[in-house]
Design a protein around this ligand. Sequence first.
Ligand code: KG4
Ligand code: ZN
Length: 338
Amino acid sequence: MNVLGIETSCDETGIAIVDHESRVLAEQLHSQIDTHAQFGGVVPELASRDHVRKITPLIQATLRQSALSLDEVDGVAYTAGPGLVGALFVGASLGEALAWALQKPAISVHHMEAHLLVPFLDQSSGIEFPFLCLLVSGGHTLLVHARSLGDYRVLGESRDDAVGEAFDKVAQQLALGYPGGPAIEKLAGSAVQSLTPFPRPMLDKPGLDFSFSGLKTHTLLSFQKSHRTMQDKANIAQAFQDAVVDTLFKKCRRAIAQTGLNTLVIAGGVSANRQLRKVFEKFSAENIKVIFPELKRCTDNGVMIAYAGMLHMKHGTSKHGNEIQVRPRWSLNQSEII
Ligand code: KG4
Ligand code: ZN
């Protein structure tokens, strides 16, 4: 069984083919960073137009790379949400049309579920349900109890900015360019002075929700009070990154204590952050198994959509399409997902 996956929820056009044995037969990715960098963030209309331009050539390139013909595609999976409505429509309409023309199933995939499942691709990870999952992307920050395929309970989420969004906005304030996460990580590496620690939001309150907008404002005020040199920016980037990572780490520890789970999966774009990876390794000393996706599978890609679609098709739990419907806002809670 070969499943073609289409990702167009934000600023990456990702296409891939994954087979029923979880082999990645082909993958193509086009990043729109250059298009959006000059605006300091994603411009939704430009994103949709660029997906329209790139999606068909990328599907053709993926098929060529896999050496499969269209007849050998057994299902077409596409991101149906959450994400930018116009961008989602590009992938959903092409996915539905292609599946209809081939008379094969169309599978609508939840973008955050695909992030959560992608670490399974690495069979050496030894990952098994149930587990706790921290999803940290540009649009979402979620702590999830993953019980089985399609059965998820959201334990906590951000009440305002997502972690990736906070990285992007802080980078914009410091004029570091887009996307902000890698820029902040790089600059934090040249910090020489440890500033007074920045606040760790919501740690003094019970529960597992997050809030990063206050920390973002604190970071801006620190920058305005500094001499605004490159060295000041680096020290501030490090203090911000430390506060984010420490807050996420402590919230995960709280969630582990509450659920009794001993496997923690961290996925989504921010899981590529090296400081975060280093700090979370501390869980190993507490007999908690910590699993990250491969670096290139942290940020958006077509493989994760093809893989999630293949798993749902194989287990008979796929959400079949038949109509072009997208869900810009879509909960990951079990009652919503299947
Ligand atoms: O999962 P993703 O590719 O897209 C969404 O689903 O939103 O995540 C993108 C986010 C961006 O906000 C980007 O700044 C952040 O992930 N990111 C990072 C790093 N690489 C990407 N944040 C911190 N450190 C990184 N190394
Ligand atoms: Zn994503």
